[in-house]
Design a protein around this ligand. Structure first.
Ligand code: NAP
Length: 234
């Protein structure tokens, strides 16, 4: 009998969240997806909810009695020198990346506690642990996500594990401005010791591993998935 579970993927219409949804469904799990635009694919184990999880707390209790896992994917990339950033830019990045995750977790804490074991996956960025120019506002917002990850992992242990993934540049709609032509794409790949940018499917594989029972002994960790750029010199 396969081990079928229910997962919520916040931000599953595009990018890494879409790849996570596809991998979970392929393994036979039930997925509740949340995004502002929705997904039209019909799949018996899938429900797409159109909802702005940053503007409103995303309470899924009308759709599931328990959740084995929740992934929060909404994010931003605003790369600007400090002098060009206004207070509202910092607040907006904090809202989407950190507070949106917090309110989603608060709204669904009971559903996660209702499962025998549950796993939360959040997204940080390589630019928190490695200083990079023009990344102040996103590094601050994602730094908060890393603090949230460790604090909540302690608070919710042993029932609910909480981990985060810190990617470098990954080929999704969010990164499109940085990968919009061959020259940019080649330069971005060349900056990484592994000579490539990340793929949504690759990042999703790490997330689905963290969601599953194979990672049952792992909590409070920030996983770099960054082609080596955060820790290697080449
Ligand atoms: N791609 C990269 O290079 C990179 C690098 C470092 C870190 N990250 C982080 O990795 C995570 C995933 O990134 P990604 O590249 O897959 O992003 P993406 O391509 O922009 O996808 C984000 C997903 O979240 C949904 N979303 C955005 N705002 C939402 C909201 N308010 N309510 C509900 N859904 C919302 C989007 O769908 P709708 O527009 O339909 O709502 C989309 O499905 C993010 O946290 C990002 O910061 C990415």
């Amino acid at each position: 009998m396969p081990d079928l579970k229910t997962f919520a993927v916040i931000g599953d219409s595009r990018g890494i969240g879409e790849a996570i949804r596809l991998q979970l469904l392929e393994r036979g799990h039930r997925v509740i997806g949340v995004s502002r635009t929705g997904v039209t694919t019909a799949h018996e184990n899938y429900q797409s909810l159109i909802f702005d999880a940053v503007a409103h707390p995303c309470d899924l209790s009308n759709f599931a009695a328990s959740l084995n896992g929740l992934v929060y994917c909404p994010g931003t990339i605003r790369l600007k020198p400090l002098k060009g950033l206004k207070r509202e830019h910092f607040l907006e990045e904090f809202d989407v990346n950190a507070l949106g995750a917090v309110q989603t977790l608060q709204s669904n804490a009971k559903l996660l506690q209702n499962a025998d074991a549950a796993s939360v996956v959040l997204f940080s960025t390589v630019a928190v642990q490695t200083g990079m120019p023009y990344h102040t506002s996103i590094a601050m917002a994602k730094g908060a996500v890393e603090g949230l990850t460790r604090s909540l992992a302690a608070e919710w242990a042993p029932k609910v594990r909480v981990n985060a993934i810190a990617p470098s540049l990954t080929d999704t709609s969010l990164a499109e401005p940085m990968l919009s032509n061959d020259a940019k794409r080649e330069a971005a790949a060349a900056r990484h010791p592994l000579q490539t940018v990340g793929s949504a499917a690759g990042l999703a594989s790490l997330a689905t591993w963290l969601l599953g029972s194979e990672a049952a002994f792992v909590t409070g960790q920030i996983y770099a998935a960054d082609g080596g750029i955060g820790s290697l010199r080449k």
